[in-house]
Ligand binder design. Structure first.
Ligand code: 3MF
Ligand code: MG
Length: 344
């Protein structure tokens, strides 16, 4: 498979059982090893890890057990010629993060969240990756008056600084999202993530991950969100997917809803030679109706769409585009792009 210099990753949660808030699971769970086989089968290079994907139930384990299990996972990856792209502390499932993690109103819960993040960093180091992704799932409110947003911002900064201090080699990519599970999240956009990073104790080690669906939910254009981070050399990962309007986070296959929007994400990544520094991460889920034995097509489709769009970006008539831009004939430019996407 020609990949044009790009490397690809997804997370094990992208092969999921199909449950939604109003319905039970519809596909049997697959073991981690079974999922790993899919990475190789479909031509992916790397695995995105939640800390407990690598070390299940880590809250009940000693530091030594955690290290040993993370090392065993690294070996498993090596056996399949895979690498870990990042590790992310899962700070949203447990009973200690009901009211948030770093911004919980309970100091014991905040301390737990920071401690858990440090252990996630330890796991990341053993897996051989120097990137931690922070999706700040529960850092926000259902009830505005229940938290102080100024204080919460300082708490987020303290948590970032604590992780940076714990592991001087780890970089952090903040993954902004405006809502879900919270009504209102504290770090909803690239701009918020980057501003937080700039205030940290080591701004050079804090960047962002842009997820398509999250940008759309924030009412923003994903290609512009990508570009904003690229302009500062801060786009350290992406979660490409798609999203049909302002509703629950859908994680649809990349390009499956709005092909032109997907094309423009690929275009800005291409124009800025993102493949030289970062991976193309997907965060996509098979729809609930997909039978278990054929429930990895969303990954195949997303990867294939990305590569087809790279070809379309590379075959754009740049000279003609420049002429049209100079003539301010943006309607003709519109037609050029639309016809190119339609295959003429
Ligand atoms: C939720 C997400 C998350 C993150 C993941 C890695 C479960 O909308 O996008 O997926 O991507 O936790 O940071
Ligand atoms: Mg994501």
């Amino acid at each position: 498979m020609e990949t044009y210099g790009y490397r690809f990753s997804f997370g094990p949660w992208n092969i999921h059982e199909g449950a939604d808030p109003f319905g039970p699971t519809v596909r049997p769970p697959r073991t981690f090893d079974d999922k790993l086989a899919v990475f190789s089968e479909l031509g992916f290079d790397a695995v995105q890890f939640h800390d407990d994907d690598a070390v299940p139930n880590l809250d009940d384990k000693s530091a030594k057990q955690i290290t040993d299990e993370a090392r065993a996972m690294k070996k498993k990856l090596e056996d399949r010629s895979l690498v870990a792209e990042f590790v992310a502390p899962r700070l949203w499932e447990g009973p200690l993060t009901i009211d948030g993690a770093y911004t919980s109103n309970d100091p014991k819960q905040r301390a737990y969240a920071i401690d858990r993040s440090k252990r996630a960093a330890d796991i990341g180091r053993e897996l051989g990756c120097d990137l931690m992704v922070l999706w700040l799932a529960r850092e926000g409110t259902y009830m505005r008056e229940s938290k102080d947003a100024v204080r919460a911002t300082h708490q987020l900064l303290e948590a970032v600084n604590a992780i940076l201090a714990h592991d001087p080699t780890m970089r952090i990519a903040i993954e902004p999202k405006p809502n879900e599970p919270m009504d209102l999240a504290y770090i909803p956009t690239m701009g918020h993530g980057l501003a937080l990073g700039m205030q940290s104790s080591d701004p050079a080690r804090v960047g962002v991950l842009m997820e398509t669906a999250h940008a759309i939910l924030a009412g923003l254009d994903p290609a512009d969100e990508i570009s904003f981070a690229l302009a500062f050399g801060k786009l350290w990962s992406v979660h490409l997917n798609d999203q049909n309007g302002l509703k629950y986070d859908q994680d649809r296959s990349f390009g499956s809803i709005d092909l032109r929007r997907a094309f423009n994400q690929v275009r800005v990544l291409e124009e800025n030679e993102y493949y030289k520094s970062g991976m193309i991460g997907l965060d996509v889920k098979a729809i609930r109706t997909q039978p278990a034995e054929i429930a990895t097509k969303h990954l195949r489709n997303s990867l294939s769409t990305f590569l087809r769009l790279v070809e379309l970006v590379r075959s754009l008539d740049r000279k003609r585009m420049a002429e049209l831009i100079a003539a301010r004939d943006y309607e003709e430019l519109d037609w050029l792009i639309v016809s190119h996407l339609m295959g003429s």
